[in-house]
Ligand binder design. Structure first.
Ligand SMILES: CC(C)(COP(=O)(O)OP(=O)(O)OC[C@H]1O[C@@H](n2cnc3c(N)ncnc32)[C@H](O)[C@@H]1OP(=O)(O)O)[C@@H](O)C(=O)NCCC(=O)NCCS
Length: 184
């Protein structure tokens, strides 16, 4: 499915463009924003490469990766929102990050809800999950507020910042999403 365009009340998700690279560095290049992510802060060149991959993935015939720009009404990138369909294609994993200066205004919640709208709406998925660092409290609250319950712990899930890390998995099912008032 291409191109993706999803409107929330304050944010919009759209396809990434090379011209977003400078703004993406303010998210993926930031120590605070990447502290709980699987990678260390990205350089400007690495952010360009991330966008190049996003553009390539967006054009794939059977698209499975939706790496989208989170933008303000004046089209400025303030975050990244990703949905990747699993090998079992009824399910997908989401990831999201916003520029730290904007945290605490419920924009994270809006971003997650837009990803769920995409997954359960246009993509007709049955299950959407996210994996967070055990001490990523903001991510915990955001996913819970969007109806993503805690499902369990993946021990030694990944290696991040030079150490093995567990992840806490959250998930929501399509019927839960349909009956809850958690839509954007
Ligand atoms: C995770 C992240 C996106 C959260 O962004 P944020 O804008 O601070 O999040 P929000 O303001 O939407 O959510 C925080 C709070 O709002 C709540 N919330 C958000 N939307 C809500 C809604 N519509 N209704 C009720 N509660 C809501 C959350 O539960 C939480 O509670 P509190 O403020 O009442 O204490 C941000 O911290 C970030 O980019 N972190 C770095 C990257 C990262 O860790 N990503 C997650 C990887 S798993």
């Amino acid at each position: 499915m291409f191109p993706i365009e999803l409107n929330g009340s304050r944010l919009r998700l759209r396809e990434m463009r090379l011209s977003d690279a400078e703004r993406l560095v303010q998210v993926y290049g930031d120590e605070t924003a990447t502290r709980h992510l699987s990678f260390t802060p990205r350089t400007a060149d690495q952010c360009v490469a991330v966008i190049q991959v996003a553009i390539k993935d967006a054009q794939a015939e059977n698209r499975t990766v939706y790496m989208l720009a989170v933008v303000t009404p004046d089209d400025e990138l303030v975050g990244a929102a990703r949905l990747a369909i699993d090998e079992r294609p009824h399910s997908a994993q989401i990831g999201f990050a916003l520029k730290p200066g904007l945290w605490g205004q419920r924009l994270g919640g809006e971003t997650v809800r837009l990803l769920l709208d995409l997954g359960f709406g246009a993509l007709d998925l049955k299950r959407i999950w996210g994996a967070r660092a055990p001490d990523n409290e903001r991510s915990r609250r955001v996913m819970l507020s969007a109806g993503m319950v805690e499902e369990g712990r993946i021990r030694r899930h990944l290696r991040a910042h030079g150490a093995w890390r567990d992840s806490i998995v959250h998930s929501v099912l399509d019927d839960e999403w349909k009956t809850a008032t958690i839509h954007t």
